[in-house]
Write a protein that binds this ligand. Structure first.
Ligand code: SF4
Length: 256
């Protein structure tokens, strides 16, 4: 894999330092160390966790199944499919490619700022997310280099759980119908789960995030890669190198 000047600049903005031998201005042709696709660790304790049932296309509720993306966005804004509608200010549908997306980025539930704005990742975490995507050769629609493939970024549930609690299994299950329709419409090549709650829901595994990273899972027939949430990386910049490894794995998986 090569990194051009733009990607090196984006990596620098992420706070990730390339090894000195790779930091020259010439395009780097060296292949980085292959990212191990780790076998599932042995003796993993599996505890009760909301399963990640694949919502088959036929299971998408009829009132979502006929909607295009703008229509689905409107339906989500008015959705009362679970109790999370009671205290939301705004549903967060997500943003990015308007027709097809190469990556579907599924994040943890909306935070207070997302709930207020009705949009995901509008602050520092969003800026870091955009730099991460750019470094990996992706962009959110309408942002940055229009020639790059697009990613669509959406939370695992569209409405903020009260006081930032974790969403309950019934809430996750209800909102997965929206995610299922988003997948149908966007037809991504790969799903990138950012954050523990999104990762556990989509993998169906109640493991620490570190054990879910570094391998390719599957969700709804699509390859699924797990990485850190950008807000976590702002608090723990030492893990940006690990996030870059994850992005390389996602990039290699979606462009074999
Ligand atoms: S979380 Fe999802 S299912 Fe629940 S009300 Fe919001 S949009 Fe509807």
């Amino acid at each position: 894999m090569s990194w051009d000047a733009r990607q090196r600049a984006m990596l620098a903005e992420m706070g990730y330092r390339l090894p000195a031998a790779m930091a020259s201005t010439a395009v780097v042709e060296d292949e980085p160390e292959p990212i191990a696709v780790a076998a599932p660790p042995p003796a993993v304790m599996r505890v009760a966790v909301p399963p990640a049932p694949a919502v088959e296309p036929s299971a998408v509720p009829a009132h979502f199944a006929a909607l295009d993306l703008p229509g689905l966005r409107d339906a989500v804004a008015a959705c009362r499919g679970c109790g999370l509608c009671e205290q939301r200010r705004n549903a967060v549908f997500g943003g990015g490619a308007l027709q097809q997306a190469q990556w579907l980025v599924v994040t943890d539930p909306p935070d207070d700022a997302d709930d207020a704005a009705g949009d995901a990742f509008t602050g520092d975490a969003g800026r870091l997310l955009d730099r991460m995507l750019l470094a990996a050769g992706q962009r959110r629609s309408g942002r940055d280099d229009a020639e790059l493939p697009t990613a669509f970024v959406t939370p695992i549930v569209k409405c903020r759980p009260p006081r930032g609690r974790a969403p309950q299994p019934a809430e996750l299950a209800a909102c997965e119908a929206v995610l299922a329709r988003q997948v149908e419409l966007l037809q991504p090549r790969l799903v990138l789960a950012m954050g523990l709650q999104a990762a556990r829901r989509l993998t169906g595994l109640a493991e620490p995030l570190g054990r879910l990273r570094g391998r390719v899972h599957e969700w709804r027939g699509l390859p699924l890669v797990v990485t850190y949430h950008p807000a976590y990386l702002l608090r723990s910049p030492a893990d940006k190198a690990g996030a870059w490894d994850d992005l390389c794995l996602a990039r290699k998986t979606s462009n074999p």
